[in-house]
Ligand binder design. Sequence first.
Ligand code: SF4
Length: 171
Amino acid sequence: MKETEEVFTIAVTVTDKHCPAGERAGSDYMREGKIPVLSCEGACIRGEIARLAAYMVAKEEPFRRGCHGELLSVPGSALARWMTTAEKVILIDGCFLHCQGRVLENLIGREKLARFDALSHYKKYTEHFDIDSVPEAGRKEAARLVADAVLAEIRQTYSPACGCKAADGCA
Ligand code: SF4
């Protein structure tokens, strides 16, 4: 994809509401130094595979699932504060359009963002849009492939500030 410095702006209506479960999770993850894992949340099969892969990565230590909805639209929430102050953020976009990555690189900074293109790892289903156009087993298999590639690269290139290896099951 062509890299450009050109940007555009969107407006978000402010809310004074908070999600109680999200506040608890965000506070816990911040205190425990967990690393947020986000996906593009795209509606097609590529977005679904990225979403499944993000859940798989987030089951490992020291990662946890981030919420792009709160990150973008509830900036004062505990989840948003956790994601914006984390030392690293893992992002799995569904494809080469990098819809979420092009937002997050401006929101949290390129240096903190580890971006992945899920499709580049499993390289199929490009003729489909609907999630259920690919059987569940195929979706899970592709997501596992992506999650394993993401974990392998992160564990090679990143060590948490606590000094342990992410592969060691950092608490
Ligand atoms: S990155 Fe690809 S899959 Fe994800 S929202 Fe954008 S177009 Fe859809």
